[in-house]
Design a binder for this molecule. Structure first.
Ligand code: ATP
Ligand code: MG
Length: 328
């Protein structure tokens, strides 16, 4: 019995991860809205570039822009110098810029609202579980992260902006997200097969009139939709690095991993290259030497120098926007 129960629990964990599940909207991948994201090691300038690009596009180019972060410890508010928070808000002083910074607690609550009933419906169709199982599942590793992708996907389907700029967490976290999404999709295939095998037994146990299999299929479709969004041509993904060896090597690995996921990398951004300062001559030389390696290895390399001002707040971000010219 314990064994059977463990099997069910494994299935439920697969389902649980049923983070992003819901009738897969059958929207075509957007013809208009672009998703822009910067991926890279911690502290290399992902948020700065995301916020500056969002500021420039909205304030200087008159675009409708949504700036959204999936960083569990977000710094968007600090960089914009405007309190953002979990509710989508128009950011004062930046044209048509909207931003949202969702904390983990809000994400878990939203997951429960969105998918709690569905997951409970499926689980309770074959497991004698109470509604409180949903609280437990909602805190399982990966749920919050992946639900963030679902939130991006919802915004994507709305197609209400010209650009959705996605401020990602440090690369390891983002790659993990992709893996979860991919595994989620393939495990749901296993879940369907397992479910079919257990069907006779399950049917005897089923109390409700709902259709768990249909829900599993919808979740699966949704996982595929999210993956399609990430791999489509409207997602402009940039790898960003500083001109130092460790970051350079990580960039190469990330490049390969993203390519394996079928994600096209638009360009490499090498940020914080030291300018020609007398006392930092040797640092500059070291940076130029790594920059040479970047250029030898990647087709499109966009260079940003280390600025002598802090690129934060309205003025700092708009000034920094000059560095992003020609990037899109
Ligand atoms: N070109 C630049 N010149 C000067 N300072 C810069 C430049 N780019 C980024 N910075 C500074 O570097 C620091 C790290 O930048 P940022 O927070 O954008 O990195 P991140 O990749 O988002 O970090 P995390 O992985 O922690 O989210 C910030 O203090 C930012 O102001
Ligand atoms: Mg950041």
């Amino acid at each position: 019995m314990t064994c059977i129960l463990n099997g069910y629990i494994s299935l439920s964990i697969i389902l649980l991860i049923g983070k992003g599940i819901i009738a897969a909207a059958s929207y075509g991948i957007g013809d208009y809205m672009k998703i822009v994201s910067f991926w890279g090691k911690g502290g290399v300038g992902k948020t700065t570039c995301s916020a500056s690009l969002a500021a420039g596009l909205s304030e200087l180019e008159g675009k409708e822009v949504l700036l959204i972060t999936t960083d569990p410890t977000p710094t968007l508010s600090d960089v914009l110098n405007v309190r953002i928070g979990p509710k989508l808000k128009k950011v004062d002083g930046f044209g048509n810029l909207y931003a949202v910074e969702i904390d983990e607690k809000t994400v878990i609550e939203e997951w429960k609202t969105r998918f709690g009933d569905e997951v409970y419906e499926v689980l309770s169709s074959f497991l004698p579980v109470g509604r409180d199982i949903i609280d437990y599942i909602s805190r399982a590793p990966g749920i919050a992260d992946q639900f963030m992708l679902y939130i991006l996907y919802e915004k994507w389907n709305e197609q209400a902006y010209d650009f959705m700029i996605w401020d990602t967490p440090a690369s390891s976290g983002s790659i993990r997200l992709l893996r979860i999404e991919e595994e989620f999709y393939s495990h749901l295939g296993d879940a369907v097969r397992m479910y079919l095998r257990l069907k006779g037994f399950l049917e005897k146990m089923r109390k409700g009139k709902k259709e768990p299999l249909r829900l599993i299929d919808e979740w699966r479709e949704l996982a595929k939709g999210i993956f399609d969004m990430l791999t489509c041509g409207d997602h402009l993904l940039y790898l960003i690095s500083i001109p130092e060896r460790v970051s350079y090597l990580l960039t190469k690995r990330l490049y390969n991993e993203l390519e394996e996921f079928g994600i096209n990398i638009r360009a490499i951004v090498v940020n914080r290259v030291i300018k020609e300062y007398g006392c930092l001559k040797r640092v500059r030389e070291a940076h130029l030497s790594i920059l040479k390696e970047f250029k030898a290895n990647f087709e499109r390399v966009h260079v940003i120098e280390n600025e002598d001002y802090e690129p934060v707040g309205r003025n700092g971000l708009l000034k920094f926007y000059d560095n992003l010219e020609g990037l899109l």
